[in-house]
Design a binder for this molecule. Sequence first.
Ligand SMILES: Nc1ncnc2c1ncn2[C@@H]1O[C@H](COP(=O)(O)OP(=O)(O)OP(=O)(O)O)[C@@H](O)[C@H]1O
Length: 268
Amino acid sequence: MRFDHVGVSLAGRAVLRDVNLEVPSGRFLGLVGPNGSGKSTLLRTLYRAVAPESGRVLLGEKDVWRTGRREVARTVAVMTQETSTEFDMTVLDVVLLSRVPFQRGFGRDTDADLDLAWTALDTVGATDLADRPIGRLSGGQRQRVMLARALAADTPVLVLDEPTNHLDIAFQLELMRLAAGLGRTVIAALHDLNLAATHCDEIAVLDAGRLVAAGPPAEALAPRVVEEVFHVGVTRLTHPGTGGPVLVFDHPHRTGPRPGTNRDEIHA
Ligand SMILES: Nc1ncnc2c1ncn2[C@@H]1O[C@H](COP(=O)(O)OP(=O)(O)OP(=O)(O)O)[C@@H](O)[C@H]1O
């Protein structure tokens, strides 16, 4: 997947400027940045919801904006925050909607479609919700179903827009582990920088529509970068169990080294 000099304007305002970013096949990229920095918009250019004003969005060699909508839907599955309009549909039927791009005409669900839907519901721990109307679920339950819908599409590329919103901590971790282990190409807009750092192969940081850092988590989420982009104080600790870095945040003016500590590397 490649964003090649992508620029987007919405309502006359530049929202993305000259974004160059590549996600190799099978890798999991976390897209982070402050509210309004352009994360969702960048994802939308990939699944043909917002057209770039300049540049190209490529899947392999194909420009998604010169490829049919159906073909893109067969390649890219999306999990977003947007509440579906299918308020009265059952959970199983909502998950089965992901199979529509693969069916001919007004095709019926095949056994293979049903298998994919049930497997996906099982993966997210929601088989017991299958008969419930989607509109009567809790936020977190609905979020799981939306993940199941994206998984059941069985596409090589997965787009997750703030997928952990509403989820309890156990399922946040589970979702991230799942996304990292799928072997598919995954791009996810995330707000939890530690969750992103521990599960993603690579991180891209957007600030006011510009890509300001991209690379392995320790590099892209260096305290200096996070402080500049998010306007917070950052201290990097060492996780006592894994030895990996953990960021802790504070108001900018409050962060400062305690006497006798190294500000960048404090062992918890
Ligand atoms: N339909 C629209 N019309 C005009 N401006 C829009 C539209 N959608 C988004 N924007 C603007 O584009 C900018 C980027 O929005 P976007 O939703 O991509 O940010 P984000 O990084 O995903 O934010 P958040 O973390 O708050 O979800 C914001 O300034 C937003 O107000």
